[in-house]
Design a protein around this ligand. Structure first.
Ligand code: MN
Length: 264
C-alpha cells in the first residue's frame, strides 16, 4: 500500500519543539514533508503575504526527509507547499502544530496553527491542528504526541466526513492524568484587551497588547469545559461562518429594506 503523504506545518516556526514532536508522530504514518515559517508567526490568523516577496529555503533540520522554511505566514507555508514544493502531489493529510499554547474556543480565529490547517482543508485536504496548553519552549509534549498519534491513525483510517478539519487541544497534564478524549463544540469566549502604553526612546508613545481570556461557556460539551476536566478536546471545524439558523428570521430584512434605484 502507498504511504500517505503528510504535510506538516506550524505557526511557532521551524525551530519549535512542538513541530519536532508532531513530525515524530507523522513519520510513523507516512512520507513527511515540512514547510514551516522561518520565525514565530503566532496569532497571524489567515494572513497571507501579497505586498512583498516570499523566500523558501530547503533546510537540513530533519535527518531523513525534506523540510523548507518560509519567510511568510503559516497560510503562505501551506500555499507554497501545495503549489511550489509538492507541485502536482496533493497531501493526503495536513498536520499543524503542535502549537505552544491553547487554541480552544474563539482562539481558532486568531491562530496561525489552525489557519494553516484550514488553508489545507480549503484545498480538500483533511487537516488537523494540534495545540498543547503550555506556552513554554520546554513544554512536555509526551501526552500531546500520544493523542496526536491516535488521532492521525483515526483520520487516516476514517477520513473527515462532515467537517473540514479538527481543532485538537491537549491539557497541560502528564499522560497518566489525562482522562481521555472528548469530541465537543467550540466554547464562546472573548479576549479582554489591555494595552500597555509606554514611551519609546524618542518620547513617542507605543502600545503593547496584553489581555486575558474570558469564558463562561465551559460546560462539558465545550472544548474549554473538556480541557478543564482533564480531557483532550476535539472540535470538528469548517470554513462556513454562516449562522444558518438565523437565516429564516432575518429574511424579513429582504422585504423591509427595499431596492431603491440609485438616481432617486
Ligand atoms: Mn503559536
Amino acid at each position: 500500500m502507498k504511504k500517505p503523504l503528510i504535510l506538516v506545518t506550524n505557526d511557532d516556526g521551524i525551530a519549535a519543539p512542538g513541530l519536532r514532536a508532531l513530525v515524530e508522530v507523522a513519520r510513523a504514518f507516512g512520507e513527511v514533508v515540512v514547510v514551516a515559517p522561518d520565525s514565530p508567526q503566532s496569532a497571524q490568523g489567515h494572513a497571507i503575504t501579497i505586498a512583498e516577496p516570499l523566500r523558501l529555503n530547503k533546510v537540513e533540520v530533519f535527518e531523513d526527509f525534506d523540510a523548507w522554511e518560509c519567510s511568510g505566514t503559516p497560510v503562505d507555508c501551506v500555499k507554497l507547499a501545495r503549489h511550489v514544493v509538492l507541485k502536482d502531489r496533493v497531501p493526503d493529510l495536513c498536520l499543524s502544530g503542535i502549537n505552544h499554547g491553547s487554541n480552544a474556543s474563539i482562539n481558532i480565529l486568531y491562530s496561525g496553527t489552525l489557519s494553516a490547517a484550514m488553508e489545507a482543508s480549503l484545498e480538500g485536504i483533511p487537516s488537523v491542528g494540534f495545540s498543547l496548553l503550555d506556552y513554554g519552549w520546554d513544554a512536555d509534549f509526551t501526552a500531546a504526541r500520544h493523542y496526536a498519534a491516535r488521532i492521525v491513525e483515526w483520520v487516516l483510517a476514517h477520513g473527515l466526513d462532515g467537517c473540514k478539519l479538527l481543532n485538537v487541544n491537549v491539557p497541560k497534564l502528564p499522560l497518566s492524568q489525562i482522562k481521555g478524549l472528548r469530541v465537543c463544540r467550540q466554547a464562546e469566549g472573548r479576549w479582554v484587551e489591555d494595552f500597555m502604553e509606554a514611551r519609546d526612546p524618542r518620547g513617542e508613545p507605543y502600545y503593547w497588547l496584553t489581555g486575558r481570556f474570558e469564558c463562561n461557556d465551559d460546560g462539558e460539551d465545550t472544548d474549554v469545559g473538556a480541557l478543564m476536566r482533564g480531557y483532550v478536546s476535539v472540535v470538528p471545524s469548517g470554513h462556513d461562518l454562516t449562522v444558518h439558523a438565523a437565516i429564516p428570521a432575518l429574511k424579513a430584512m429582504e422585504k423591509s429594506i427595499v431596492h431603491t434605484p440609485a438616481n432617486q
